[in-house]
Design a protein around this ligand. Structure first.
Ligand code: NAD
Length: 371
């Protein structure tokens, strides 16, 4: 249970809402045949690794998004995935000819699931091909790259979203609703953790050139993004501390980081992230009228929650199914952008930059400059 793969395999056992909604109302009712809506967002996956596999499976239950294309540098993977997901040869690309996707009217969006430090290059390529972009977290190595990615997508007139799947997850949605409705009162404190024990010492996640950083980049962004949606505010200062119990394995990247975010209201979020131990996944937001605690809070779930009123009874869902249908609905039906835009990724990366700067400066308080 120690490796990243084990973590990835903790996929929700629950049915997606689409599957739930197609269940018969009673045992005697004949279920309606599933009819795909006329408009669907046609998606190509770029980087056919572990997470792409989870997304591809989840998309089998999507109503509004459909997997139609593949980008990979490994021909054997293209062959296997083509067969498995019934993808036409004309919709398959490698990293050299991916620019040709601009001539393919059958692909609307490319979902980038390559290692972190390749996101910048790949987003620029997809934007230049005139296709909408969905990019995995962390959006990039730093805020500077993220600004370039946003500018490239704006110039190309394409949407740019980040795979912040928690924004489509029901417990998280309910937390945000309660906070916005004032049911928690004035937010007084936030305490978020997200980490796990990293396995294989040779994986790209431990190489700075491909990962950009360590636990902070990979899963610390959940604790950070969670602090922003738990407060509804943007941090104005950051302090951070790093500890390393295995300086050999974590020679290139951070192992454990604690960080504090100061918000304009005076609230402080105390957050942590690690690659060194398990059982580290919690969001706790406390207001002067109530609280929400999610634990687990950020993994594939099942997400569990309780509030000052008792247990949260929200459906258990497949996050990636909801995310892909949610993004398809927004793009196809011109709905307002959700909190998963490139701009939201930028807000997080500005803080990540400040976390690393604070550590470099011995824990000094770094004031956030949004310019
Ligand atoms: P992975 O190693 O399983 O897959 C990465 C894929 O990129 C592989 O197919 C690999 O062949 C390909 N690739 C292309 N160029 C490469 C290169 N130069 N070096 C190495 N690999 C290269 O990793 P993963 O777990 O699927 O993670 C991919 C991305 O998805 C990361 O950015 C990660 O943060 C993100 N992710 C997000 C979630 C989530 O819940 N949102 C979960 C897991 C991973």
């Amino acid at each position: 249970m120690n490796s990243r793969r084990d973590f990835l395999q903790k996929v929700s056992l629950g049915l997606g809402v689409t599957a739930l909604s197609s269940l018969p109302a009673t045992a005697n009712t004949i279920p309606e045949p599933f009819v795909r809506p006329e408009k669907q967002l046609r998606v190509a996956l770029m980087g056919l690794g572990g997470y792409a596999g989870i997304v591809a499976e989840a998309m089998q239950n999507c109503k509004m998004a459909t997997l139609v294309g593949l980008v990979s540098g490994t021909p054997s993977k293209i062959d296997t995935w083509k067969q498995k997901y019934n993808i036409p040869e004309k919709n398959t690309y490698n990293y050299e000819n991916v620019g040709d996707i601009k001539n393919n009217p059958d692909i609307d969006m490319v979902y980038i699931t390559t290692p972190n430090s390749l996101h910048h290059k790949h987003v620029l390529q997809v934007a230049a091909a005139g296709k909408h972009v969905l990019c995995e977290k962390p959006v990039a190595d730093n805020a500077r790259q993220t600004r370039e990615m946003i500018a490239a997508c704006e110039k190309a007139g394409v949407k740019f979203y980040i795979g912040y799947r928690m924004h489509f997850e029901p417990h998280t949605r309910e937390l945000i609703r309660m906070r916005e409705a004032g049911e928690l009162g004035k937010i007084m404190h936030v305490n978020n953790y997200m980490g796990f024990k990293s396995g294989d010492p040779n994986q790209w996640r431990l190489k700075k050139a491909l990962a950009g950083g360590g636990a902070m980049m990979d899963v610390g962004v959940y604790a950070l993004n969670g602090a922003r949606y738990a407060t509804g505010e943007e941090p104005i200062w950051v302090t951070a501390q790093e500890s390393k119990t295995d300086p050999v394995k974590f020679k290139e990247v951070d192992e454990t980081i604690t960080f504090q975010l100061g918000f304009p209201s005076g609230v402080i979020a105390n957050c942590g992230t690690t690659y060194a131990f398990n059982n580290c996944e919690r969001l706790y937001v406390i207001g002067d009228k109530g609280f929400v605690e999610l634990s687990p809070a950020f993994g594939y779930g099942p997400i569990k929650g309780r509030t000052h009123l008792g247990p949260m009874n929200q459906p258990v869902v497949k996050h990636q199914t909801l995310q892909m249908d949610g993004i398809a609905d927004i793009i196809l039906n011109n709905k307002p952008d959700p909190n998963v835009t490139g701009q939201e990724g930028l807000k997080d990366m500005i803080v990540v930059d400040a976390v690393y700067e604070s550590i470099r400066k011995g824990g000094q308080k770094i004031f956030i400059n949004k310019a």
